[in-house]
Design a protein around this ligand. Structure first.
Ligand code: SF4
Length: 688
């Protein structure tokens, strides 16, 4: 809407940072961002935002934005016009296609881009190039949570709405630094604690803000969550506290599963996890006494060698206690990026079309083939973890990556960066000259969310529209336009003039989103999938059954995978996660003045015990070395961590970037890097 001061505009957008999906009006005058004004009607946040949503936007006007295509010229890059850059890309793609076939190319989509852009990226990979080598960064965070839910309840999404979390009598938060990672969602929990006496149990190795507020805070040994979850489940069954009627009516494989719990005695769990029997019984009793329990979890669970199995154990516990199919109960895998849910929902995955339809399913593939007018590959492609190995093996030669700083956020960076060197042609599409872009042959200038239209899907499966606030800076373009131009140079003949047309096509091919349309998402209107053709959406995911055969959930036996442990040489365990102020590698937030002024650097949290033992103070500069690389960072002494646990925020692409330490070890079921299983040794470089 145009304001009285004729150049002031007020435009609705959706936050570009975390998966809570706050929406608000942005006030602008020309390119100047005047203020962020949340609206009561915003479905996920109402009138709340966090510091990032409120103050983290001036990166869009940063002088560091890329505003022209760049083409490699020896060790330098030179500016080029779009025609030249796109022609070069088309020529190189075609050359590799002819020489090596479609599977020598791969595509990585972004969870910062829109649903429509994720859809187009996988359509380009599958329908134009002919490969299923397409993935997105949910592989780095939440794929194990999705796997655990697919196994047990059929849909990989939050059971209810963010609003609904307030209805739970008991919240169990596991491996989630919710207050800093999902701030506005955490305020719902804080408010419910205060207003309705909601009980909160936190299980984490680090004493973060939510742990401070918890009714019970337990600190399991790193990577041992599956064991205490299974022991608590067994104890509940042994006491006869399980929901027999619910299991009979709605769940299969009960007997086999219950038998699989035999070894998870309190004694065994106590020994493995360091939780006392009283703590284990306390958790079980709290679940028994609450009418509704919801579990929130995040990367403290998923980023382990057994991340999918632990996520499965969470869902098993909820099923055994009948904590699904009612408000206030269920599973909440808290999604990280603003559109990490949507990037997978819209098919940027190596084995699934949009709406999680299998590429191996003939009926599904035929439907897409008919609509797209092409033959499609039936074999699943490479995920982004496998892509790195394929670069080293010489089987993957061309990579097109958008909006993802893979060269800093993937694990085992030295290995990943060496892989980039082996590519014959590498296209990076981004708003900044990222670490990854340094390895590119062509860099394409994209537009951030404020400069485009589209939809995002937040952690609660909620579609929301974003409207264009600013014109693309310089020669930059929205990602969907760039993908279309590349596709058309490969003779695709796409004619999308607006993202609404892309959504209409995706909805027509995808039962999960059948009723999604831009008209239904006008303004602050939103829809939570599944969305029926008539527009009915699904705030509570499971009402009359589960998304598995016969509408029944399935209990799934799991075994504990012992995490990698430290030895005498690499004797510190490096935990890692977010800070409130910064987002992921920090490419956007470090360029936002107000935020970087508040938190200008990364730091390493060390315990008072370790500080005493090694003579560390606030500001001491240390070198951390793992078998895979090293980082330099300054210390902060705090009792948030204990003993030989140290905590390194992941929000930096500088010399403290955590992934110089991480390995290629990954979750055995999804290939999500086991970022939380790192040990390292410490050397003091300079005292404070
Ligand atoms: Fe909301 Fe997350 Fe954005 Fe903060 S970062 S305003 S909690 S969506």
């Amino acid at each position: 809407a145009q304001m009285r001061e004729s150049r002031i505009k007020k435009t609705k957008t959706v936050c570009t940072y975390c998966g809570v999906g706050c929406s608000f009006d942005v006030w602008t005058k020309d390119r100047q961002i005047l203020k962020i004004e949340p609206q009561a009607e915003a479905p996920a946040n109402g009138i709340s935002t966090c510091i990032k949503g409120k103050f983290g936007w001036d990166f869009v006007n940063s002088e560091e934005r890329i505003t022209k295509p760049l083409i490699r010229d020896g060790n330098e890059f030179r500016e080029a016009e779009w025609e030249e850059a796109l022609d070069l890309i088309a020529a190189k793609f075609t050359e590799t296609l002819k020489a090596k076939g479609p599977d020598a190319l791969a595509f990585i989509s972004s969870s910062k881009c829109t649903n429509e852009e994720s859809y187009l990226m996988q359509k380009l990979a599958r329908g134009v190039v002919g490969t299923n080598n397409v993935d997105n960064c949910s592989r780095y965070c939440q794929s194990p949570a999705t796997m655990g839910l697919w196994r047990t309840v059929g849909y990989g999404g939050d059971s209810g709405s963010i609003e609904d979390i307030a209805n739970a009598e008991l919240i169990i938060s596991i491996g989630s630094n919710t207050v800093e990672s999902h701030p506005v969602l955490a305020t719902r929990v804080k408010r419910s604690q205060k207003l309705h006496g909601q009980k909160v149990i936190v299980a984490d190795i680090r004493k973060h803000d939510l742990a401070d507020r918890a009714d019970l805070f337990v600190q399991p040994a790193p990577g041992s969550d599956l064991v205490w979850l299974s022991a608590v489940t067994k104890y509940i069954v042994d006491q006869g506290w399980h929901d027999v009627a619910f299991l009979e009516q709605h769940v299969t494989d009960v007997e086999d599963y219950l038998k699989s719990l035999d070894s998870y005695t309190l004694d065994y769990a106590s020994e493995v996890t360091n939780l006392s029997k009283e703590e284990l019984i306390g958790i079980a009793t709290s679940i028994h006494e609450a009418n509704t329990t919801s579990v929130l979890w995040a990367m403290g669970v998923t980023q382990h060698g057994g991340g999918s199995d632990t996520s499965t154990a969470i869902s098993n516990l909820l099923l055994v206690t009948g904590n699904y199919m009612k408000p206030g109960a269920g599973s909440y895998p808290l999604r990280g990026h603003n559109n990490v849910q949507g990037a997978s929902d819209f098919g940027s995955m190596p084995d699934r079309f949009p709406g999680y339809q299998y590429v191996t399913d003939d009926e599904v593939r035929t439907r897409f083939e008919k609509r797209w007018g092409v033959d499609l590959p039936a074999e699943p492609g490479l995920n982004n973890h496998e892509m790195v190995d394929a670069m080293h093996d010489g089987n993957l030669n061309v990579l097109y990556l958008k909006g993802e700083d893979m060269g800093i956020v993937d694990s085992n960076l030295n290995y990943v960066q060496d892989g980039f060197e082996k590519l014959s042609f590498f296209v990076v599409q981004d708003i900044f000259f990222t670490k990854t872009a340094q390895y590119a042959d062509v860099i394409l200038p994209a537009s951030p969310s404020l400069e485009k239209e589209g939809t995002f899907t937040n952690t609660e499966r909620r579609f929301q529209r974003l409207y264009q606030v600013l014109e693309p800076l310089g020669d930059s373009k929205p990602d969907w336009k760039i993908i279309q131009e590349i596709a058309n140079r490969l003779e695709a003949n796409w004619t999308y003039t607006h993202p609404s047309e892309i959504m209409a096509e995706a909805a027509s091919l995808t039962p999960l989103f059948a009723g999604v349309s831009y008209e239904r998402l006008e303004g602050y209107n939103s829809l939570q999938w599944p969305v029926k053709e008539d527009g009915t959406d699904t705030p509570l995911l499971f009402t009359d059954g589960f998304a598995l055969p016969g509408g029944k959930a399935r209990l799934w036996p799991v075994e504990w995978t012992k995490p990698l442990s430290f030895d005498d040489e690499y004797d510190l365990h490096i935990n890692n996660g977010r800070l409130l102020e910064h987002f992921h590698e920090g490419n956007m937030t470090y360029k936002s003045k107000a935020i970087s002024r508040k938190t200008p650097n990364e730091f390493l949290e060390v315990s008072p015990e370790l500080a005493q033992e090694r003579g560390l103070e606030d500001g001491t500069k240390v070198k951390l070395t793992s078998p895979y690389g090293h980082v330099f960072v300054r210390c902060l002494v705090t009792d948030r961590v204990k003993g030989k646990e140290v905590y390194l925020p992941m929000n930096t692409s500088g010399e403290g970037a955590i992934n110089y330490l991480t390995s290629s070890h990954s979750d055995k079921d999804t290939d999500t890097p086991a970022y939380k299983e790192i040990s390292a040794k410490m050397e003091i470089l300079e005292p404070k």
